[in-house]
Design a protein around this ligand. Sequence first.
Ligand SMILES: [Zn+2]
Length: 80
Amino acid sequence: MIYFIDKIPDKDGFHLIHNNSCLRRFFTSSIIYLGDFDTCEKAFETAQKVYSKVKFCSFCLPECIEKEEPIYKPNRDLFN
Ligand SMILES: [Zn+2]
């Protein structure tokens, strides 16, 4: 997957990591190309070489956020 990082930080000073499916939300001039990575972790490491405070976009990379900050999820097996 191709990853990018936003040059403009959010209100908490974090630069958001996006994939290429999210680009239409942004002006491309505000985005830095990170590279093509197999995992969220590799993208995160590379992003941290550009900016010290980085996190994943909740729109295009929700699966990466769950790895970074585990959240409670109901056990789906209960409903099968
Ligand atoms: Zn995004």
